[in-house]
Design a protein around this ligand. Structure first.
Ligand code: PMP
Length: 433
Protein backbone atom coordinates (compact mmCIF):
# COMPACT_ATOMS: atom_id res chain seq x y z
CA UNK A 1 0.00 0.00 0.00
CA UNK A 2 1.02 3.57 -0.62
CA UNK A 3 2.39 6.20 1.74
CA UNK A 4 -0.75 8.19 1.00
CA UNK A 5 -3.11 5.53 2.31
CA UNK A 6 -0.92 5.13 5.40
CA UNK A 7 -1.24 8.85 6.14
CA UNK A 8 -4.99 8.71 5.70
CA UNK A 9 -5.11 5.91 8.25
CA UNK A 10 -2.99 7.84 10.74
CA UNK A 11 -5.21 10.92 10.57
CA UNK A 12 -8.16 8.96 11.91
CA UNK A 13 -8.89 9.92 15.55
CA UNK A 14 -7.71 7.23 17.94
CA UNK A 15 -9.44 8.50 21.06
CA UNK A 16 -12.98 7.38 21.80
CA UNK A 17 -15.37 10.34 21.98
CA UNK A 18 -16.38 9.51 25.53
CA UNK A 19 -12.89 10.50 26.71
CA UNK A 20 -13.13 14.03 25.38
CA UNK A 21 -12.43 16.62 28.05
CA UNK A 22 -11.71 14.13 30.82
CA UNK A 23 -8.04 13.46 30.12
CA UNK A 24 -6.74 15.75 32.88
CA UNK A 25 -6.43 14.35 36.38
CA UNK A 26 -4.99 16.42 39.17
CA UNK A 27 -3.79 13.40 41.16
CA UNK A 28 -1.38 12.35 38.44
CA UNK A 29 0.21 15.81 38.66
CA UNK A 30 0.16 16.24 42.43
CA UNK A 31 1.28 12.70 43.25
CA UNK A 32 4.26 13.23 40.92
CA UNK A 33 5.07 16.61 42.47
CA UNK A 34 4.90 15.08 45.96
CA UNK A 35 7.15 12.20 44.91
CA UNK A 36 9.68 14.60 43.40
CA UNK A 37 9.79 17.41 45.96
CA UNK A 38 8.05 16.62 49.21
CA UNK A 39 9.86 16.09 52.48
CA UNK A 40 6.51 15.79 54.21
CA UNK A 41 3.51 14.48 52.30
CA UNK A 42 0.09 15.43 53.64
CA UNK A 43 -1.38 15.32 50.14
CA UNK A 44 -3.01 12.12 48.91
CA UNK A 45 -5.31 10.31 51.35
CA UNK A 46 -3.53 7.32 52.81
CA UNK A 47 -2.09 6.51 56.24
CA UNK A 48 1.67 6.34 56.72
CA UNK A 49 1.19 4.20 59.85
CA UNK A 50 0.88 0.42 59.58
CA UNK A 51 -2.37 -1.43 58.96
CA UNK A 52 -3.52 -3.18 62.17
CA UNK A 53 -1.70 -6.38 63.23
CA UNK A 54 -4.84 -8.51 63.04
CA UNK A 55 -5.29 -7.59 59.38
CA UNK A 56 -1.67 -8.20 58.42
CA UNK A 57 -1.74 -11.52 60.26
CA UNK A 58 -4.92 -12.46 58.39
CA UNK A 59 -3.11 -11.78 55.10
CA UNK A 60 -0.13 -13.85 56.26
CA UNK A 61 -2.41 -16.74 57.19
CA UNK A 62 -4.20 -16.49 53.86
CA UNK A 63 -0.84 -16.61 52.06
CA UNK A 64 0.87 -19.37 53.95
CA UNK A 65 -2.05 -21.37 55.33
CA UNK A 66 -3.14 -24.69 53.88
CA UNK A 67 -5.71 -23.38 51.43
CA UNK A 68 -3.81 -23.07 48.15
CA UNK A 69 -7.09 -22.29 46.37
CA UNK A 70 -6.83 -18.77 47.82
CA UNK A 71 -4.31 -18.17 45.02
CA UNK A 72 -6.96 -18.91 42.37
CA UNK A 73 -10.06 -17.13 41.12
CA UNK A 74 -12.94 -16.88 43.53
CA UNK A 75 -16.60 -16.03 43.02
CA UNK A 76 -16.77 -13.13 40.54
CA UNK A 77 -19.15 -10.92 42.53
CA UNK A 78 -17.28 -11.40 45.77
CA UNK A 79 -15.37 -14.06 47.69
CA UNK A 80 -18.10 -15.92 49.65
CA UNK A 81 -16.60 -15.39 53.15
CA UNK A 82 -16.33 -11.65 52.48
CA UNK A 83 -19.84 -11.08 51.07
CA UNK A 84 -21.25 -13.19 53.93
CA UNK A 85 -19.58 -11.20 56.68
CA UNK A 86 -20.34 -7.88 54.95
CA UNK A 87 -24.02 -8.90 54.76
CA UNK A 88 -23.98 -9.77 58.48
CA UNK A 89 -22.30 -6.49 59.34
CA UNK A 90 -24.63 -4.32 57.28
CA UNK A 91 -27.68 -6.18 58.58
CA UNK A 92 -26.67 -4.84 61.97
CA UNK A 93 -26.01 -1.33 60.69
CA UNK A 94 -29.13 -1.04 58.55
CA UNK A 95 -31.52 -3.13 60.62
CA UNK A 96 -32.68 -5.22 57.67
CA UNK A 97 -32.08 -8.73 56.30
CA UNK A 98 -29.52 -8.95 53.52
CA UNK A 99 -28.71 -11.70 51.04
CA UNK A 100 -24.91 -11.90 50.69
CA UNK A 101 -25.24 -13.12 47.10
CA UNK A 102 -27.54 -10.39 45.78
CA UNK A 103 -27.28 -7.42 48.16
CA UNK A 104 -23.47 -7.22 48.32
CA UNK A 105 -20.79 -7.07 45.62
CA UNK A 106 -17.02 -6.79 46.06
CA UNK A 107 -15.11 -4.36 43.85
CA UNK A 108 -11.53 -3.22 43.25
CA UNK A 109 -11.69 -0.47 45.84
CA UNK A 110 -14.51 2.01 46.20
CA UNK A 111 -13.23 3.52 42.97
CA UNK A 112 -14.44 0.58 40.87
CA UNK A 113 -17.67 0.53 42.88
CA UNK A 114 -18.28 4.11 41.75
CA UNK A 115 -17.42 3.25 38.16
CA UNK A 116 -19.89 0.32 38.19
CA UNK A 117 -22.62 2.60 39.59
CA UNK A 118 -22.27 5.25 36.90
CA UNK A 119 -21.90 2.76 34.04
CA UNK A 120 -24.83 0.67 35.23
CA UNK A 121 -27.30 3.38 36.20
CA UNK A 122 -26.60 6.49 34.09
CA UNK A 123 -27.68 6.87 30.47
CA UNK A 124 -26.93 9.35 27.73
CA UNK A 125 -28.68 12.61 28.67
CA UNK A 126 -29.31 11.70 32.31
CA UNK A 127 -28.42 14.30 34.92
CA UNK A 128 -26.52 13.42 38.06
CA UNK A 129 -26.42 15.86 40.97
CA UNK A 130 -23.03 16.26 42.63
CA UNK A 131 -22.51 18.25 45.82
CA UNK A 132 -19.45 20.55 45.69
CA UNK A 133 -16.72 20.21 46.84
CA UNK A 134 -16.57 16.54 45.81
CA UNK A 135 -14.15 13.63 45.40
CA UNK A 136 -13.00 14.55 41.94
CA UNK A 137 -13.61 11.30 40.01
CA UNK A 138 -17.41 11.64 40.18
CA UNK A 139 -17.46 14.23 37.40
CA UNK A 140 -15.45 12.33 34.72
CA UNK A 141 -17.17 9.07 35.63
CA UNK A 142 -20.61 10.61 35.06
CA UNK A 143 -19.42 12.07 31.76
CA UNK A 144 -17.89 8.80 30.62
CA UNK A 145 -21.28 7.18 31.12
CA UNK A 146 -22.81 9.86 28.84
CA UNK A 147 -24.49 11.70 31.73
CA UNK A 148 -24.45 15.37 32.61
CA UNK A 149 -23.19 16.38 36.05
CA UNK A 150 -25.25 19.09 37.76
CA UNK A 151 -23.45 20.78 40.64
CA UNK A 152 -24.86 22.16 43.85
CA UNK A 153 -22.49 23.79 46.34
CA UNK A 154 -22.06 23.50 50.07
CA UNK A 155 -21.93 27.15 51.12
CA UNK A 156 -19.79 28.32 54.05
CA UNK A 157 -21.43 30.33 56.84
CA UNK A 158 -18.51 31.57 58.94
CA UNK A 159 -19.28 31.59 62.68
CA UNK A 160 -19.77 35.13 63.97
CA UNK A 161 -18.16 34.60 67.37
CA UNK A 162 -14.62 34.46 65.96
CA UNK A 163 -14.42 30.71 66.58
CA UNK A 164 -12.75 28.41 64.07
CA UNK A 165 -15.04 27.27 61.30
CA UNK A 166 -16.29 23.68 61.35
CA UNK A 167 -17.16 21.52 58.38
CA UNK A 168 -20.73 21.70 59.74
CA UNK A 169 -20.73 25.40 58.80
CA UNK A 170 -20.70 24.34 55.12
CA UNK A 171 -24.31 23.72 54.21
CA UNK A 172 -26.66 23.13 51.30
CA UNK A 173 -29.21 25.81 50.52
CA UNK A 174 -32.46 23.77 50.55
CA UNK A 175 -34.13 25.84 47.82
CA UNK A 176 -31.03 25.68 45.62
CA UNK A 177 -30.79 21.90 46.10
CA UNK A 178 -34.47 21.43 45.25
CA UNK A 179 -34.03 23.54 42.10
CA UNK A 180 -31.49 21.04 40.70
CA UNK A 181 -33.96 18.13 40.67
CA UNK A 182 -35.98 17.63 37.48
CA UNK A 183 -37.38 14.80 35.37
CA UNK A 184 -33.91 14.47 33.81
CA UNK A 185 -32.28 13.75 37.19
CA UNK A 186 -31.31 10.08 37.44
CA UNK A 187 -29.18 10.10 40.56
CA UNK A 188 -27.51 12.16 43.26
CA UNK A 189 -24.07 11.39 44.63
CA UNK A 190 -23.82 11.76 48.38
CA UNK A 191 -20.46 11.55 50.13
CA UNK A 192 -20.79 11.63 53.90
CA UNK A 193 -18.40 11.95 55.66
CA UNK A 194 -17.29 14.22 52.85
CA UNK A 195 -13.87 14.36 51.24
CA UNK A 196 -12.37 17.07 51.23
CA UNK A 197 -14.21 19.06 53.98
CA UNK A 198 -14.81 16.29 56.49
CA UNK A 199 -18.47 17.26 56.70
CA UNK A 200 -20.76 14.66 58.29
CA UNK A 201 -24.26 15.29 56.98
CA UNK A 202 -26.86 15.70 59.72
CA UNK A 203 -30.14 13.79 59.91
CA UNK A 204 -31.94 16.96 58.81
CA UNK A 205 -29.72 17.40 55.74
CA UNK A 206 -30.04 13.73 54.80
CA UNK A 207 -33.81 13.93 55.31
CA UNK A 208 -33.99 16.80 52.84
CA UNK A 209 -31.99 14.89 50.22
CA UNK A 210 -34.07 11.74 50.81
CA UNK A 211 -37.33 13.64 50.44
CA UNK A 212 -36.23 15.06 47.08
CA UNK A 213 -35.00 11.63 45.89
CA UNK A 214 -38.36 10.05 46.70
CA UNK A 215 -40.36 12.95 45.25
CA UNK A 216 -38.47 12.89 41.93
CA UNK A 217 -37.80 9.14 41.83
CA UNK A 218 -34.03 9.66 41.91
CA UNK A 219 -31.33 7.13 42.84
CA UNK A 220 -28.70 7.82 45.49
CA UNK A 221 -25.09 6.76 45.08
CA UNK A 222 -23.89 6.98 48.66
CA UNK A 223 -20.11 7.03 49.00
CA UNK A 224 -19.51 6.15 52.66
CA UNK A 225 -15.85 5.16 52.56
CA UNK A 226 -15.12 7.23 55.70
CA UNK A 227 -18.09 5.78 57.61
CA UNK A 228 -16.04 4.89 60.71
CA UNK A 229 -14.04 8.11 60.81
CA UNK A 230 -16.32 10.47 62.72
CA UNK A 231 -15.31 12.56 65.70
CA UNK A 232 -16.58 14.33 68.81
CA UNK A 233 -19.26 11.71 69.42
CA UNK A 234 -20.96 12.54 66.09
CA UNK A 235 -22.87 9.75 64.41
CA UNK A 236 -22.63 8.67 60.79
CA UNK A 237 -26.19 8.26 59.55
CA UNK A 238 -26.76 5.98 56.56
CA UNK A 239 -29.17 7.58 54.10
CA UNK A 240 -30.30 4.07 53.08
CA UNK A 241 -31.88 3.73 56.54
CA UNK A 242 -34.20 6.70 55.92
CA UNK A 243 -37.73 6.10 54.77
CA UNK A 244 -38.08 5.23 51.09
CA UNK A 245 -34.31 5.20 50.52
CA UNK A 246 -33.17 1.55 50.70
CA UNK A 247 -34.78 0.71 47.36
CA UNK A 248 -33.00 3.59 45.61
CA UNK A 249 -29.58 3.67 47.30
CA UNK A 250 -26.26 2.00 46.57
CA UNK A 251 -23.91 2.18 49.57
CA UNK A 252 -20.20 2.22 48.72
CA UNK A 253 -17.45 1.22 51.14
CA UNK A 254 -13.69 0.67 51.17
CA UNK A 255 -11.49 -1.71 53.14
CA UNK A 256 -8.62 0.60 52.25
CA UNK A 257 -10.12 3.40 54.34
CA UNK A 258 -11.75 1.15 56.93
CA UNK A 259 -8.65 -0.89 57.78
CA UNK A 260 -5.91 1.61 56.84
CA UNK A 261 -4.79 -0.54 53.89
CA UNK A 262 -5.47 1.58 50.81
CA UNK A 263 -3.06 -0.48 48.70
CA UNK A 264 -5.20 -3.59 49.00
CA UNK A 265 -7.92 -2.02 46.85
CA UNK A 266 -10.85 -3.97 48.25
CA UNK A 267 -14.19 -2.16 48.14
CA UNK A 268 -17.84 -3.11 48.08
CA UNK A 269 -21.38 -2.06 47.29
CA UNK A 270 -24.43 -2.86 49.40
CA UNK A 271 -27.93 -2.29 48.06
CA UNK A 272 -31.13 -3.78 46.67
CA UNK A 273 -30.83 -6.50 44.05
CA UNK A 274 -32.85 -4.44 41.56
CA UNK A 275 -29.91 -1.99 41.42
CA UNK A 276 -27.02 -4.35 42.11
CA UNK A 277 -27.97 -6.74 39.29
CA UNK A 278 -26.98 -4.02 36.82
CA UNK A 279 -23.75 -3.27 38.66
CA UNK A 280 -22.94 -6.98 38.36
CA UNK A 281 -23.33 -6.69 34.57
CA UNK A 282 -20.70 -3.94 34.46
CA UNK A 283 -18.43 -5.82 36.85
CA UNK A 284 -18.59 -9.07 34.87
CA UNK A 285 -17.78 -7.23 31.67
CA UNK A 286 -14.84 -5.28 33.02
CA UNK A 287 -12.97 -6.54 36.09
CA UNK A 288 -14.87 -9.74 36.81
CA UNK A 289 -12.67 -11.03 39.68
CA UNK A 290 -10.99 -9.16 42.50
CA UNK A 291 -7.86 -10.50 44.20
CA UNK A 292 -8.95 -13.53 46.25
CA UNK A 293 -6.27 -13.33 48.89
CA UNK A 294 -6.99 -9.71 49.80
CA UNK A 295 -10.71 -10.48 50.03
CA UNK A 296 -10.00 -13.43 52.34
CA UNK A 297 -7.91 -11.27 54.68
CA UNK A 298 -10.51 -8.46 54.69
CA UNK A 299 -13.22 -11.05 55.46
CA UNK A 300 -11.24 -12.09 58.53
CA UNK A 301 -10.82 -8.47 59.53
CA UNK A 302 -14.59 -8.01 59.41
CA UNK A 303 -15.19 -11.24 61.33
CA UNK A 304 -13.02 -9.83 64.12
CA UNK A 305 -14.85 -6.51 64.03
CA UNK A 306 -18.23 -8.22 64.08
CA UNK A 307 -17.26 -9.97 67.32
CA UNK A 308 -15.94 -6.77 68.86
CA UNK A 309 -18.69 -4.52 67.52
CA UNK A 310 -19.08 -1.43 69.70
CA UNK A 311 -16.41 -2.61 72.16
CA UNK A 312 -13.41 -0.45 73.03
CA UNK A 313 -11.00 -2.98 71.41
CA UNK A 314 -12.77 -2.67 68.04
CA UNK A 315 -10.60 -1.09 65.34
CA UNK A 316 -13.64 0.89 64.24
CA UNK A 317 -13.65 2.46 67.72
CA UNK A 318 -9.88 2.77 68.13
CA UNK A 319 -8.98 4.24 64.74
CA UNK A 320 -11.30 7.29 65.00
CA UNK A 321 -10.08 7.86 68.57
CA UNK A 322 -6.48 8.00 67.39
CA UNK A 323 -7.35 10.09 64.36
CA UNK A 324 -9.29 12.59 66.45
CA UNK A 325 -6.12 13.24 68.44
CA UNK A 326 -4.15 13.73 65.24
CA UNK A 327 -6.85 16.06 63.93
CA UNK A 328 -6.75 18.13 67.13
CA UNK A 329 -2.98 18.29 67.00
CA UNK A 330 -2.95 19.52 63.39
CA UNK A 331 -5.79 21.98 64.08
CA UNK A 332 -3.75 23.51 66.91
CA UNK A 333 -0.57 23.67 64.96
CA UNK A 334 -2.24 25.27 61.91
CA UNK A 335 -4.12 27.73 64.07
CA UNK A 336 -0.81 28.55 65.78
CA UNK A 337 0.74 29.74 62.52
CA UNK A 338 -2.44 31.49 61.35
CA UNK A 339 -3.37 28.98 58.64
CA UNK A 340 -6.96 28.81 59.89
CA UNK A 341 -8.26 25.23 59.81
CA UNK A 342 -11.88 24.23 59.15
CA UNK A 343 -12.40 21.60 61.86
CA UNK A 344 -13.56 18.39 60.17
CA UNK A 345 -16.32 16.34 61.83
CA UNK A 346 -15.12 13.24 59.99
CA UNK A 347 -12.67 11.69 57.45
CA UNK A 348 -8.91 12.11 57.76
CA UNK A 349 -8.79 15.37 55.85
CA UNK A 350 -8.66 18.94 56.98
CA UNK A 351 -9.07 22.07 54.85
CA UNK A 352 -7.16 25.19 55.90
CA UNK A 353 -7.18 28.85 54.87
CA UNK A 354 -3.85 29.88 53.31
CA UNK A 355 -4.54 33.63 53.27
CA UNK A 356 -1.75 34.73 55.67
CA UNK A 357 0.85 32.88 53.56
CA UNK A 358 -0.24 34.19 50.19
CA UNK A 359 2.22 37.09 50.02
CA UNK A 360 5.06 34.63 49.34
CA UNK A 361 3.39 33.22 46.27
CA UNK A 362 2.64 35.96 43.79
CA UNK A 363 -0.68 35.90 42.00
CA UNK A 364 -0.50 35.67 38.21
CA UNK A 365 -3.26 37.80 36.72
CA UNK A 366 -5.48 36.14 34.11
CA UNK A 367 -4.03 32.72 34.77
CA UNK A 368 -6.33 29.81 34.00
CA UNK A 369 -4.94 27.93 36.98
CA UNK A 370 -6.71 28.61 40.30
CA UNK A 371 -4.53 30.39 42.85
CA UNK A 372 -4.62 27.58 45.43
CA UNK A 373 -3.25 25.15 42.85
CA UNK A 374 -0.25 27.39 42.17
CA UNK A 375 0.17 27.89 45.90
CA UNK A 376 0.22 24.13 46.57
CA UNK A 377 2.78 23.60 43.80
CA UNK A 378 4.97 26.41 45.12
CA UNK A 379 4.71 25.04 48.65
CA UNK A 380 5.85 21.54 47.75
CA UNK A 381 8.69 22.82 45.56
CA UNK A 382 9.94 25.50 47.96
CA UNK A 383 8.97 24.22 51.40
CA UNK A 384 8.80 20.47 50.79
CA UNK A 385 5.27 20.21 52.16
CA UNK A 386 2.64 18.52 49.97
CA UNK A 387 -1.09 19.31 50.20
CA UNK A 388 -3.96 19.38 47.69
CA UNK A 389 -5.67 22.59 46.52
CA UNK A 390 -9.39 22.79 47.34
CA UNK A 391 -10.16 23.86 43.76
CA UNK A 392 -9.32 20.30 42.69
CA UNK A 393 -12.61 19.29 44.31
CA UNK A 394 -14.71 21.68 42.21
CA UNK A 395 -16.06 21.46 38.69
CA UNK A 396 -14.27 23.34 35.91
CA UNK A 397 -16.98 26.04 36.03
CA UNK A 398 -16.61 26.59 39.79
CA UNK A 399 -12.90 25.94 40.35
CA UNK A 400 -12.28 29.63 40.98
CA UNK A 401 -15.01 29.98 43.65
CA UNK A 402 -12.75 29.12 46.59
CA UNK A 403 -9.05 29.49 45.95
CA UNK A 404 -7.81 30.29 49.45
CA UNK A 405 -7.80 26.75 50.80
CA UNK A 406 -5.68 23.62 50.73
CA UNK A 407 -6.46 20.14 52.01
CA UNK A 408 -4.18 18.21 54.36
CA UNK A 409 -4.41 14.49 55.18
CA UNK A 410 -3.77 13.82 58.88
CA UNK A 411 -3.75 10.00 58.83
CA UNK A 412 -0.04 10.24 59.57
CA UNK A 413 2.49 9.25 62.22
CA UNK A 414 3.11 11.83 64.92
CA UNK A 415 6.59 12.46 63.52
CA UNK A 416 5.15 13.28 60.08
CA UNK A 417 2.65 15.75 61.52
CA UNK A 418 5.38 17.29 63.67
CA UNK A 419 7.64 17.69 60.62
CA UNK A 420 4.80 19.44 58.75
CA UNK A 421 4.24 21.74 61.69
CA UNK A 422 7.98 22.54 61.88
CA UNK A 423 7.99 23.55 58.20
CA UNK A 424 5.02 25.89 58.71
CA UNK A 425 6.46 27.42 61.87
CA UNK A 426 9.82 28.08 60.25
CA UNK A 427 8.06 29.60 57.26
CA UNK A 428 6.02 31.86 59.49
CA UNK A 429 9.14 32.99 61.38
CA UNK A 430 10.91 33.81 58.12
CA UNK A 431 7.95 35.96 57.15
CA UNK A 432 7.88 37.91 60.39
CA UNK A 433 11.63 38.34 60.94
N1 PMP B 1 -14.49 7.77 47.60
C1 PMP B 1 -13.87 8.73 48.30
C2 PMP B 1 -14.67 9.85 48.87
C3 PMP B 1 -12.48 8.68 48.49
O1 PMP B 1 -11.88 9.65 49.17
C4 PMP B 1 -11.75 7.59 47.93
C5 PMP B 1 -10.24 7.47 48.09
N2 PMP B 1 -9.54 8.63 48.24
C6 PMP B 1 -12.44 6.62 47.22
C7 PMP B 1 -13.81 6.74 47.07
C8 PMP B 1 -11.73 5.46 46.57
O2 PMP B 1 -11.47 4.45 47.51
P1 PMP B 1 -10.61 3.15 47.19
O3 PMP B 1 -9.20 3.49 47.52
O4 PMP B 1 -11.19 2.09 48.06
O5 PMP B 1 -10.79 2.85 45.74
Amino acid sequence: FTFHSLQAKMSRPVQARRLEGIDKNIWVEFVKLAATYSKVNLGQGFPDFPAPDFLREAMMRALSGGNHMLHQYTRAFGHPPLVKVLAQFFEKLLGRDLDPMTNVMVTVGAYQALFCCFQALVDEGDEVIIIEPFFDCYEPMVKMAGGTPVFVPLRPNPPKDGKLMSSADWQLDPAELASKFSERTKAIVLNSPNNPLGKVFSRGELGLIAELCVKHNVLCISDEVYEWLVYDGKQHIRIASLQGMWERTVIIGSAGKTFSATGWKVGWVVGPDRLLQHLRTVHQNSVYHCATIAQEAVAQGFQRELKLYGKPESYFVQLPKELQQKRDWLVQSLDGVGMKPIIPEGTYFLVADISPFKSDVPDVPNSDEPYDSRFAKWMVKNKGLAAIPLSAFYSEAHKNNYTNFIRFCFAKEEATLKAASDILQKWKQEKTS
